[in-house]
Design a protein around this ligand. Structure first.
Ligand SMILES: Nc1ncnc2c1ncn2[C@@H]1O[C@H](COP(=O)(O)OP(=O)(O)OP(=O)(O)O)[C@@H](O)[C@H]1O
Ligand SMILES: [Mg+2]
Length: 458
């Protein structure tokens, strides 16, 4: 018997709840004033308003090559604010998030890691006019010839196509490469295609609504589009957005392409990109911008835990900020006055003074119990956890006593406990139980001190 299973009508989308999933934006009103609780954000009004101004300037293209420092104690929402900034910027502005520790790689130089991250944050919107043949394919005739090495096999030699638009019909003849593309993509009569006049690249746009196949109510998953208007051969504007890093990659591969390297390795993966390639990309981008054919969209590079960067990385960033094509750099740290990595010099936040001097600093502050309670309530909704009133009070107390982050962890664990007990709501007893089972950072430190002599050292 064939097993038939009914799929539940409500399709669940893929969901994973991360630490900042509840953050949907900065929660500001139209005058950029922070609303106490909005978009999943609670309190921390000054930092949110400051971030709002920055977002507005980025959107208007007024800010580039600036550094912003987010400074504050652990768990006060620095990463949450950076995530909110990325949500506010929308999909078109590149936003890259990395941790300071990511610069330490055994295969790549620190400056290379940083430079690549910087170049990933600069979007280049390229407008290009290209000559194309476009229309519904009404007739197709492929001529084949015997394969040069295998006379029993036939290979396409040339192709004759008839393309039709609402205005006219044209028949064109083309060589083997276009014939091959048409065969490979399974393009047949009724499809609307586009052939680049210069490169011969064929794009299958979909099935024409006016063709016999397009009109039939067959099961056909192909996209249906109207028959193009105008002439068959026309100039069309193409717009694509790439990042500088994409362009570096394409150019570097083009240089290596087809060489002996790619023959053995099956396509080359470029680990480090030559400075020469990058300079060439920059030059061509600048030229396109001058000609009005490209627009630059500087994005945001967010380096979390940036006290993990060292002097070399900081001085590289300092130099990068001065150059022409740079994104906005946001550095977050929870350090006070500490030594700059790679030196024995003490400095605020572990950053060199000249970098601090060129930055604007946004501070985040410790939360009051009321805000902690509100954040916990939002988290419980996000995690689909029902809390009794007493449980929320207890969690807030835990949060105020140890840390917001610890209480968020305890919330998930208490929910797991009540689920095990087959209860629908989390009670204060669940919270108390898991708070007893796990240690917060203060308790852990105390525990280690107590057993200091008994612990293994190596
Ligand atoms: N104002 C806020 N509104 C809503 N949620 C918040 C807020 N501040 C922090 N959170 C949430 O609390 C948790 C801890 O905050 P976050 O990770 O942003 O702290 P942080 O300042 O980056 O800490 P660290 O210095 O340890 O990196 C996260 O789950 C975060 O989404
Ligand atoms: Mg953080």
């Amino acid at each position: 018997m064939t097993a038939i299973r009914e799929v539940p009508s409500k399709v669940r989308r893929f969901e994973r709840i991360g630490a900042h999933t509840h953050v949907k934006g900065l929660g500001l009103d139209e005058n950029l004033n922070a609303v106490k609780v909005k978009d999943g954000m609670v309190g921390q009004e000054r930092a949110r308003e400051a971030a709002g101004l920055i977002v507005q300037m980025i959107k208007e293209g007024k800010l580039s090559g600036k550094t912003i420092i987010l400074a504050g104690p652990p768990g006060t929402g620095k990463t949450a604010i950076a995530v909110a900034v990325s949500r506010e910027l929308g999909a078109n502005v590149p936003f890259i998030q990395m941790s300071g520790s990511e610069v330490y790689s055994s295969v790549r130089k620190k400056t290379e890691v940083l430079l690549e991250a910087i170049r990933k944050c600069i979007g280049v919107e390229i407008h290009e006019m290209r000559k194309v043949y476009e229309g519904e394919l009404t007739a197709i005739d492929i001529k084949t010839a015997a394969h040069p090495y295998n006379p029993y096999q036939k290979v396409p030699e040339s192709i004759r196509l008839t393309l039709k638009t609402k205005k006219e019909e044209k028949t064109i003849e083309a060589g083997a490469s276009i014939a091959q593309q048409i065969m490979q993509e399974n393009i047949s009569e009724g499809s609307v295609i586009q052939i680049d006049a210069e490169t011969g690249r064929v794009a299958n746009l979909g099935l024409s609504l006016e063709s016999a196949k397009g009109k039939a109510y067959d099961v056909d998953t192909r996209k249906k589009i109207p028959k193009p208007s105008g002439e068959v051969m026309k100039e069309k504007e193409f717009v694509y957005t790439l990042t500088l890093a994409d362009m570096d990659g394409i150019n570097a591969r083009r240089r290596f392409g087809g060489g002996i390297f790619s023959m053995f390795m099956g396509g080359s993966e470029v680990k480090e990109i030559d400075m020469e390639v990058r300079t060439a990309v920059d030059e061509s981008v600048k030229k396109l911008v001058d000609e009005g054919k490209a627009f630059i969209h500087p994005g945001v590079l967010f380096i979390d835990d940036s006290h993990l960067l060292d002097l070399e990385a900081f001085s590289f960033l300092g130099r990068a900020i001065e150059s022409e094509l740079v994104p906005i750099i946001i550095l977050a740290t929870n350090r006070g006055v500490t030594t700059i990595r790679g030196t024995d010099v003490k400095s605020p936040m572990g950053f060199p003074l000249d970098l601090i001097d060129r930055s604007v600093i946004i501070a985040t502050h410790q939360y009051d119990p009321e805000s902690i309670g509100e954040i916990l309530r939002i988290r419980s909704e996000e995690e689909n956890v029902k809390l009794e009133k007493k449980a929320l009070e207890k969690l807030t107390e835990v949060g105020a006593k140890s840390s917001l982050r610890y209480s968020v962890q305890i919330l998930s664990l208490a929910a797991q406990n009540s689920r095990t007990m087959k209860r629908k709501k989390v009670s204060a007893a669940d919270v108390e139980k898991v708070d007893r089972l796990f240690m917060d950072i203060g308790e852990a430190a105390e525990h280690l001190r107590k057993y200091e002599e008994k612990m293994m050292l190596h």
